[in-house]
Write a new protein. Structure first.
Length: 460
């Protein structure tokens, strides 16, 4: 009765603790060490799944350091912390002359559990007892024991047993002498590095209840817990499971309400944040536009100043270049002048030397040249006098010709004047004849005027 009381006490503690889920992330790490290997996995009939969405947690050997002995934790149907999570069982591994306990965990995929054949869907690789379909768990009735009158979401697949079974024995540890020689596959390594969750409070209370029962220790049962003790333990746990389910349902309902309220509040916060963000973005855009306009203005000013400065620099460079060119040209001219002066001086010296030589050679010739010059001057004077005389004669002749031309011009003018007068007279006579030819009344005949005499006749 004392043992039964302890079991009930631990189950009640599990009911109280199950109100809060343990969603903390855990890592697949080392927790406990033992100096000798755990016993083999005992084989029991799997109890029926009590309700939908429960997942089988296989039984395993745990370690109590206070008594330095292994104790058996019977298998149990447990609820996952959240839909879509699978249970990876704990396992023992021989490493460096000791046996290391690797803690179990919840995750989106089943990780490596040492290749241990726990049964009940855990045959060494993954879990063959079912799969999540959305928020509902589907059970493979070829592997797990379910009450099909209660649970309808089932299927049958016997091939997974052969695919996922590593060994058919019941060795409970990996590595070392007699252990399972399995290593993690790439998919299991990825699952080991995913986001994990700790065992639930109900699972923790389940372990503590098993630890409080002396019949489950290996020293008491020699590594073979009796089926009666396991059945009695499971019966007590089953009696408390409805209350646990109700607490979990209430907890999920409260969590759903809290999540709904959180979503509403989050939506309000998001809307407010979006409005604030829109205002901030609008202000930022306006400020950015102003900044861009100011930057463009400043850039334009800077570019204009740079262009002006560049133009000044270019002008200064051109002026400096022109000055340099002028200085260089002046220097070249000075050099050329100096060179020309030197050349002229040299030529002058050579010319003087040649003149001196020629003077020494042409002194007799100069005398003859002077005489020739005097004769030429006399001849030139004579020719000049003769030319002057000829010019005077030509002038007189030209004047005579000019007088004759003037006289001829006056005679021509007089002849032209006479011809004009004669033409006028002829025209007047023709007019008079025409008038006489026309019949007119008898009128006093006007006195015939005498035509004017030509001036040249008067002058004569």
């Amino acid at each position: 009765m004392k043992k039964l009381g302890k079991i009930i006490l631990f189950i009640a503690a599990a009911i109280v603790l199950s109100v809060t889920k343990m969603h903390a992330q855990v890592s697949v790490g080392i927790s406990i060490r033992a100096n000798f290997a755990p016993p083999v996995i005992p084989v029991y009939e799997q109890p029926e799944c009590p309700a939908d969405d429960y997942i089988w947690q296989p039984g395993y050997w745990a370690w109590d350091p206070d008594v330095a002995d292994y104790y058996w934790v019977p298998g149990e149907w447990v609820e996952a912390p959240d839909p879509g999570l699978y249970w990876t069982p704990p396992y023992w591994a021989y490493e460096g002359s000791v046996y290391i306990y690797h803690t179990g965990y919840w995750g989106p995929h089943v990780g490596f559990y040492g290749g241990i054949n726990y049964g009940g869907g855990y045959y060494g690789r993954g879990f063959s007892g079912g799969m999540w379909a959305g928020n509902s768990f589907r059970y493979n009735t070829a592997v797990v024991n379910v009450n099909r009158t209660v649970i309808r979401n089932v299927y049958i697949d016997r091939t997974v047993i052969q695919r996922n079974t590593i060994v058919n024995n019941h060795v409970s540890y990996n590595g070392g002498r007699g252990g399972i020689m399995a290593r993690p596959r790439p998919a299991e390594v990825r699952a080991m590095n995913e986001h994990h969750f700790q065992p639930t409070s109900y699972q923790t209370a389940h372990v503590q209840a098993a630890r409080s029962d002396h019949n489950f220790f290996a020293k008491a049962n020699h590594g073979r817990p009796s089926a009666q003790a396991v059945s009695h333990f499971n019966a007590v746990a089953a009696q408390q499971r409805p209350q646990v389910a109700r607490n979990n349902a209430n907890q999920r309902a409260e969590q759903s309400k809290m999540q709904a309220n959180q979503r509403v509040q989050q939506a309000r916060n998001n809307a407010s944040q979006r409005v604030d963000a829109a205002k901030i973005q609008a202000n930022q855009k306006a400020q950015q536009a102003r900044n861009n306009a100011n930057q463009r203005t400043e850039q334009a000013k800077m570019q204009a100043n740079e262009k002006v400065q560049q133009a000044k620099n270019n002008a200064n460079q051109r002026v400096e270049q022109a000055r340099n060119n002028a200085r260089e040209q002046q220097q070249r001219l000075q050099a050329q002048r100096a060179q020309q002066e030197q050349q002229l001086k040299a030529q002058a010296r050579r010319g003087q030397e040649r003149v001196q030589q020629q003077r020494a050679q042409v002194q007799p010739q100069q005398q003859r040249a002077q005489q020739d010059q005097q004769r030429m001057q006399a001849q030139q004077q004579q020719r000049a006098q003769q030319a002057q005389q000829r010019m005077q004669a030509q002038r007189a002749q030209q004047e005579q010709h000019a007088q004759q031309a003037q006289q001829q011009q006056r005679a021509q003018q007089q002849q032209a004047q006479q011809q004009r007068l004669q033409a006028q007279r002829t025209e007047q006579q023709q007019q008079q004849r025409a008038q006489r030819a026309q019949p007119r009344p008898q009128q006093q005949r006007p006195q015939q005027q005498r035509p004017p005499q030509p001036e040249h006749e008067h002058h004569r």
